[in-house]
Design a protein around this ligand. Sequence first.
Ligand SMILES: Cc1cc2nc3c(=O)[nH]c(=O)nc-3n(C[C@H](O)[C@H](O)[C@H](O)COP(=O)(O)O)c2cc1C
Length: 154
Amino acid sequence: MSKYLLIVAHAPSPNTRLITEAVLRGANHPDIEGVRVRWIPPLDATAEDVLKADGLILGTTENFAYMSGAMKDFFDRIYYPCLEVKQGLPYGLFIRAGNDGQGAKNSVEKIVTGLRWNAVQEPLVMRGKFQDSFVADSEELGMTVAAGMEAGIF
Ligand SMILES: Cc1cc2nc3c(=O)[nH]c(=O)nc-3n(C[C@H](O)[C@H](O)[C@H](O)COP(=O)(O)O)c2cc1C
């Protein structure tokens, strides 16, 4: 039976859209069969979406040294409905920040620690001037999470 990888990413700008599309492309790599992938923006994602997911990739901009308000709203709505039943959910995280990213990373990690979700790798923090390597790194993140789910590693 196929697994379900949910991408909850806030992409308010052309660059963040490029990054998110790269994550999707990596997760949908043709060699990876048996993993269904869907991107839902955080304001549209519901607790039911998370309950159905076997793995998650979270993506947010850093705004005011915190995750985006949209991502915070997502967590506010899904936290208690998912708390008891989704412990151990494997997740990846990417952050796009103008110059820092630490505040966004910390804020997400604090909440997912509370949810007892498992990081599959160090968060990908893309700070400063936009670089082509961000796209390649994002694609790799998507591929790593999807391939790990397919292989049953996560
Ligand atoms: C309201 C607002 C607050 C922001 N706060 C921060 C911040 O605290 N730290 C930071 O590194 N970047 C900050 N940024 C920059 C955003 O993270 C950046 O614009 C976003 O990731 C999109 O990147 P892009 O310009 O490559 O599309 C802020 C942007 C906005 C609009």
